[in-house]
Design a protein around this ligand. Structure first.
Ligand SMILES: *Cc1c(COP(=O)(O)O)cnc(C)c1O
Length: 362
């Protein structure tokens, strides 16, 4: 390695591997929790017309005022809550870490959890503490969490609700207990809100240390990169100081605004995904050699027989279906595969191939 790199790149960054994204060319893409449906033709027409009237020679509205109004209406953000936009919710995690980080400060979450928490903690110089979930059902281990909160006094605590990569919802009362016990800020990450009826958004102003973060990615706008975080306007004001000016570009502002005016399209799509999720779960449940975990998200985590995850992943890929192999990502994800719920015919291709592979017919 170039000596200068070793000398100057921060050790935490040197030790990381870059976030890996598989090349999906030609494959049925069930690896990244995307909505598989595109926009109806009539909506595309309206979109093109809107873009034709949009100029890119000027900077975008720095506050995204109109877009925020659209988000408030579409998602029932409590009146009086402040709102901050991010270039994806990943950027919001980064703003949170920049705002609350610093030498000797801790970001706490649960493991296995969303990998960007740990990565962003590392980039920004926060110590990351991951408290293991319970192996049996990926629920919160409250004793361990209470102890870790006492011991580390985290400045920032993330809980994904539902959790990624397990797909389950934690018990709401336990989440509330953590919010009360935490000395610092708690962020409930509701990236999968479109796929569950549970949410903390309506109670975000009831706790002085709670923010609720969401993204439009999983709902169907992953390509636009738009996330938001809601809560006490005083918290939001501090976070806003670390935001890059004009972080939400013009095309995203107008396109997401249009999508929100047609929110029913996405409600229909995500409902279809929820129905498919249940059908997929039922089929996985009766297959010999995989054990699916009940999910409130748009993906299903499956445990496979010991030593078979990679082979099944590769067999699926060879048959044209790309999912995510999580074996090796964390000890609790041993033999685990994660599949995103796609369109019915995509899910059928996945299920039929998996069944064949499990029966040793391939
Ligand atoms: C996908 C995901 C995000 C990030 O979404 P963006 O595309 O950056 O908005 C955040 N949290 C969790 C738990 C996720 O799964």
């Amino acid at each position: 390695m170039n000596d200068l790199i070793e000398q100057w790149v921060r050790p935490g960054v040197l030790a990381l591997s870059a976030y890996h994204v598989a090349n999906p060319r030609g494959l049925i893409k069930l690896d990244a929790m995307e909505n598989p449906y595109t926009w109806p033709e009539s909506l595309k027409e309206e979109w093109v017309a809107l873009l034709r009237g949009t100029d890119v020679n000027r900077y975008p509205d720095p506050e995204g005022t109109e877009l925020k109004q659209g988000l408030r209406q579409a998602f029932n953000v409590p009146e009086g809550a402040g709102l901050l936009l991010g270039n994806g919710s990943d950027e919001i995690i980064q703003m949170l870490a920049l705002t609350l980080g610093g030498p000797g400060r801790v970001m706490l979450s649960v493991d296995p959890g969303f990998v960007m928490y740990r990565m962003i903690a590392t980039f920004t110089g926060l110590e990351y503490v991951g408290v293991p979930l319970r192996q049996a059902d990926f629920s919160l281990d409250m004793d361990e969490l209470r102890q870790a909160i006492d011991r580390y006094s985290p400045a920032l605590l993330f809980l994904a609700y539902p959790n990624n990569p397990s797909g389950n919802l934690f018990a709401a009362d336990e989440v509330r207990e953590i919010i009360r016990a935490a000395p610092g800020l708690v962020v409930v990450d509701e990236a999968y809100a479109p796929f569950t009826d549970e949410s903390f958004l309506s109670e975000v102003l009831e706790h002085p240390n709670l923010l609720v973060m969401r993204t439009l990615s999983k709902m169907g706008l992953a390509g636009l990169r738009l996330g938001y975080v809601a809560g006490d306007p005083a918290w939001i004001g501090e976070l806003d100081k670390t935001r890059m000016p004009y972080n939400i570009n013009v095309l995203t502002q107008v396109s997401a605004g249009l999508a929100l005016r047609h929110a029913s399209v996405f409600v229909q799509q995500t409902r279809a995904i929820r129905v498919e999720r249940e059908a997929m779960f039922q089929r996985l449940l009766v297959m010999d050699g995989v054990q699916p975990l009940p999910s409130q998200a748009n993906f299903i985590l499956c445990r496979t027989a010991d030593g078979r995850a990679l082979e099944l992943f590769q067999g699926l890929k060879a048959a044209g279906v790309l999912i995510k192999n999580l074996h090796g990502a964390h000890p609790m994800l041993r033999n685990c595969l994660r599949v995103t719920v796609g369109r019915p015919e995509e899910n059928a291709a996945f299920l039929n191939t998996l069944e064949r592979l499990l029966q040793g017919m391939d």
